[in-house]
Write a protein that binds this ligand. Sequence first.
Ligand code: SF4
Ligand code: FES
Length: 273
Amino acid sequence: MSHSTTGKTLNLKLRVWRQKDNASRGEFRDYALVGISTEMSFLEMLDILNEQLLQQGEEPVNFDHDCREGICGTCSLMINGQAHGPDNGTTTCQLHMRRFHDGQMITIEPWRAKAFPVIRDLVVDRSAFDRIIQAGGYVSVRTGQAPEANSVPISKNDQESALDAAVCIGCGACVASCKNASAMLFVAAKVSHLAQLPQGAPERAARVLGMVGQMDSEEFGNCTNTSECEAACPAGVSVTHIARLNREYAKALYGSPLGLKGELLTSSGTGGD
Ligand code: SF4
Ligand code: FES
């Protein structure tokens, strides 16, 4: 059966990770798909696979998705060994089948990291990220009238750098692509975003200590500065934010109002940009 509307079509072989739950052993299973339009998105291709499996009385493949617009960060697949597939700066949901060729074998796996246990098939539990954000605490907001925007001066460089960090969509590709399963790029994006804005200043020290402490307790690996995270990040978050995270952490540690003592982040080397 052809699913094509216009354009070229592909016949594909899929090798998909199937796993009933976290306690079960998983395995790859092979499926054949015919007549896939090159204009389809990768997730639409998986929808077609699932229709086919349902028609055959088989369990559909579980995979995460929500916005399908590159915003929410839920679609997280390892495609032929690359987080989010072969295109730079592109989430799985934005990837199109024209990037593949007729007859190609496509291997599809979940994120693999101790801190992201598999729930079923291609779906992993990324609630460790939620707990890290929670550990960052709140941003104080003064009640009363909204201040006039120009009365809170923020330099252009700071604005742009804060926004470059704020684009993180929490997908976890940085963890999945890192040989150590380190979450440093994600945590750096969150810390760096607020540390550069006056709104984030009052809780700055507590935020970085809380988030790094939670990151360590979630058993993410250490950073060894290979920058694979930056290469895999669909939002283009730069590793320079990791250097800022190190500086924020060092400042908070030695001048901490909480009086916390400890070591400098071993997970990111010496840092500093
Ligand atoms: S830093 Fe990039 S790869 Fe990591 S969670 Fe954020 S958007 Fe995803
Ligand atoms: S489904 Fe939301 S980013 Fe892909």
